[in-house]
Ligand binder design. Structure first.
Ligand code: PEP
Ligand code: MN
Length: 378
């Protein structure tokens, strides 16, 4: 089948921001698919390299998954071409199989062990490492962010959060500080030696946000913004992907698959509550999503009890329950003066409340044999 090539040129964000060539996306006529090559038990490193080279020569993309018991190679390409490719004939290949689940690179079948990602400053997530993400909903200024960040770090937070681009329900609400906010977040994160996470809302912002953050956040409202998913998929930066408010578990994993299939294997999922008929909490926290996703996928999954409940009185118990359910971390909004916060003040914990909760989360983590990495100890 003939390939139809089309280059998407992104408009410059603002003068001087776009520093490298625009990203070019290739569209192919026909259906893309993925097959898995299972390597023979004694397959050597040279044979593995040889297989990867052959796969590339055939015009396919690949991802290697090294497990304790076996090594697999995921091969992505056009379905017809994959079906006819002589992959079985390459030395070292034991079997070629297809994953039946609609999400493939995200599945446990492709990668048996839990994935572990490095966020910088000595902080890892997954495989028993918990991330404690904390900070204000929005970046509001340098001094206030530094104060909050200093407090949450002292309590045990190992990733600093803060939104510079805010997805607000009303166009009249505070929309975030933009680039200036990103600069403040980077500065405070560096000073305190904490990795930072911030939301990216639009494919055109990816290049700018990439310059300042250690991890992209894709918000609930953008979980199925497929252009955005593909764009962050072309970077090599970890992505925190929040579950959409009406998204099924399969929808969430399919959105992760978009990022993985674009070549970025570092996706961390986040359960942040779904819409329900009950309005006594902001959303309905689906805690079963944690062990549910863990059975289906190797990707880390964390919980955001702040947006899930919207209630400071429920956040401590739900944070502990999340860790007990096997979550790889919690994402909590903290503000030192919630009544003056530009957004989500009503759900923010005070630094002292966060510190008290951290004592309990650390004790629970120890009991469960989990590690809470300390930022800045690399
Ligand atoms: C946030 O983290 O501030 C946020 C907007 O979250 P969500 O996308 O889950 O609503
Ligand atoms: Mn918020």
């Amino acid at each position: 089948m003939r390939a139809l090539q089309s280059a998407i040129r992104l408009a410059p964000l603002e003068d001087g921001v776009r520093t490298h060539a625009p990203i070019t996306t290739t569209f192919r006529l026909g259906k893309r698919s993925l097959v898995i090559i299972v390597l023979k038990p004694g397959c050597t490193e040279e044979q593995l390299q040889h297989i990867c080279e052959k796969v590339e020569e055939m015009g396919f993309r690949h991802e290697v998954s090294r497990g304790a018991r076996r090594t697999l190679i995921g091969v992505i390409g056009e379905e017809d071409q994959l079906r006819n490719a002589p992959l079985r004939a390459i030395p070292g290949v034991e079997e070629v199989m297809s994953v039946l689940k609609p999400f493939k690179l995200a599945s446990r079948e492709f990668h048996e062990e839990d994935s572990v990602f490095d966020l910088g400053h000595g902080v890892k997530v997954g495989g028993g490492n918990l991330i404690m993400i904390a900070g204000p909903c929005a970046i509001e200024g340098e001094d206030i962010l530094r104060e909050i960040a200093t407090d949450v770090k002292a309590a045990g937070a190992n990733v600093l959060r803060g939104g510079a681009f805010k997805p607000r329900t009303s166009p009249y609400s505070f929309q975030g500080m933009g680039k200036e906010g990103l600069q403040i977040l980077r500065k405070v994160g560096d000073e305190l030696q904490m990795p930072v996470v911030t939301e990216v809302m639009d494919p055109r912002q990816v290049e700018l946000v990439n310059e300042y953050t250690d991890m992209f956040q894709i918000g609930a409202r953008n979980m199925q913004n497929f252009n955005l998913l593909s764009e962050v998929g072309q970077t090599r930066r970890p992505v925190l992907l929040k579950r959409g408010m009406s998204a099924s578990i399969q929808d969430l994993l399919m959105s992760a698959e978009y990022i993985l299939a674009s070549g970025n294997m570092q996706v961390i999922l986040c359960e942040r509550g779904i819409r329900s008929f009950d309005n006594s909490t902001r959303n309905l926290l689906d805690l079963a999503a944690v062990p549910n996703v863990k059975g289906l996928s190797h990707l880390p999954i964390i919980v955001d009890p702040s947006h899930a409940t919207g209630r400071p009185d429920l956040i401590p118990s739900m944070s502990l329950a999340s860790i007990a359910a096997g979550a790889d971390g919690v994402h909590i909004e903290v503000h030192n003066c919630p009544e003056k916060a530009f957004s989500d003040g009503q759900q923010a914990l005070l630094p002292a409340q966060y510190a008290e909760l951290c004592v309990q989360m650390k004790a629970l983590a120890t009991l469960l044999g989990k590690t809470i990495p300390q930022a800045g100890q690399a």
